[in-house]
Design a protein around this ligand. Structure first.
Ligand code: IMP
Length: 190
């Protein structure tokens, strides 16, 4: 229908604070990351972007469409054992990639690094498969929360220790399709 508008998830009134990163700020940074990655991988063949579901699906879609070099896209799905919003550090593989990894240039695309356990698990898993190279591209990092040091080769933004939603990130599977990144108010989950 001509007049039908795309529906976007509307936050429960009062549950999210003003946006931490607005659409334009995210768009510009994703463009910069894509330009940097395109330059760095210009002379390499068979770049495989591995998006970590579900949180990275929007970031990966925007990033991949801005790359100017040939690449393939695949996904992996993980589940972390959480106590409420606190990670216990245990990670479980729910869905593996389909594409072969050995001998390829792998770029893991993740939404956010908090304690670092998830990214550490991914690094170990992919290292064992003997890729030609292995790097990470992460939209958000909460450095104050880190329990394990993990290498982030391409980083969007550092943020403080707050729970954020939108642009793929969720709280209890909600708010993923907000077009911006917002801080969830403590009252919404406490
Ligand atoms: P880590 O293993 O503690 O680094 O946690 C990484 C995972 O926790 C991410 O992939 C997210 O799924 C989730 N996570 C951590 N902080 C946030 C947040 O602020 N909003 C949404 N998800 C988060």
């Amino acid at each position: 229908m001509a007049n039908e508008r795309v529906t976007r998830e509307i936050p429960i009134p009062g549950s999210v604070e003003r946006s931490l990163l607005d659409e334009e700020t995210i768009r510009r940074r994703v463009e910069e990351l894509a330009a940097q990655i395109s330059a760095d991988y210009a002379d390499r063949e068979s770049l495989l972007l591995v998006g970590v579901l579900k949180g990275a699906f929007i970031f990966l879609a925007d990033l991949a469409r801005r790359l100017t070099i040939p690449h393939h896209v695949d996904f992996i799905a993980l589940s972390s054992y959480n106590r409420g919003m606190v990670s216990t550090g245990a990670v479980r593989l729910i869905m593996d990639t389909r594409a072969p990894v050995t001998g390829r240039h792998i770029l893991i695309v993740e939404d956010i690094v908090d304690t670092g356990h998830t990214l550490k698990y991914l690094m170990d898993t992919f290292h064992a498969r003997q890729p030609a190279s292995l790097r990470t591209c992460v939209l958000l990092s909460k450095p104050e929360q880190r329990e394990i040091e993990v290498p982030i080769d391409y980083l969007g933004f550092e943020i403080p220790n707050v729970w954020v939603v939108g642009y793929g990130l969720d709280f209890a599977d909600r708010y993923r399709t907000l077009p911006y990144i917002a801080v969830l108010k403590r009252e919404a989950y406490e």
